[in-house]
Design a protein around this ligand. Sequence first.
Ligand SMILES: [Zn+2]
Length: 271
Amino acid sequence: MKDTLKKMDTNLQDVVQYKLDIHGENILMNELIGKQIKIEWSGQVICSCGKKMKKFYRSGFCYDCFYESPLASQSIFKPELCTAHLGIEERDLEWEKTFQLAPHYVYLANSSGIKVGITRGTQGVIRWMDQGASQAILFAEVPNRRFSGDIEVELKKYVDDVTNWRKMLSGIPQPVDLVKMKEKLSAYVPEELKQYILPDNTVTEINYPVREYPKKINSTKLERTPTIEGELKGIKGQYLLLDGDRVFNIRSHEGYISKFSFKEIAQGRLF
Ligand SMILES: [Zn+2]
């Protein structure tokens, strides 16, 4: 659907470059900073199965997809429950095999303090940018999703596994020595999984196009405010930072059928 919101495409450069694919166009979001943007929600959402409705049942799915689609199964939210590597089906073994039996990475990132996370294949940098991380390091490379879940379960006894988005949006976090953290945490990896810890200790540093961080964060949502309009002050993670300390999480509005537009801000009156 070309008129629905989806998460922005990201590209790692000196400053992350954001693109929004909507109305058949790729809008360079970095160029809209300092301009007036407007998002008008039609009042409808569309599920990935094509069903339109007033609101999603749960987690961006319609009722049927939430209970039947492999994309909404338990192991999507809890990788340590994956069983495709044992040939055990959850909802659709063929789909689960393709999704789970592929290289996965465990990483450490600093977005609002240090956290552990997992990602599939080459998605690492994209995942970090989506989460608004300022630094990140790969921790381990494993052959399937379950093993990454098993490592994560151990590491999250010592570090967070979620981003505190309010903290992430309030500025640039204190730098963390991720190489040292990786060394320390390596000791807690289960013995049989230690072979997957990566020797490479490259730390990726990420900068975001933010002119001004909000002072006290006001989260805006389309259900409450169907038209959101204001000056774009910056972008971090998948959040648009707007004037009035407002923040808008574009990713949590995926599937919202909307109109996106922008214009220059009038600089005083001509006469
Ligand atoms: Zn659906």
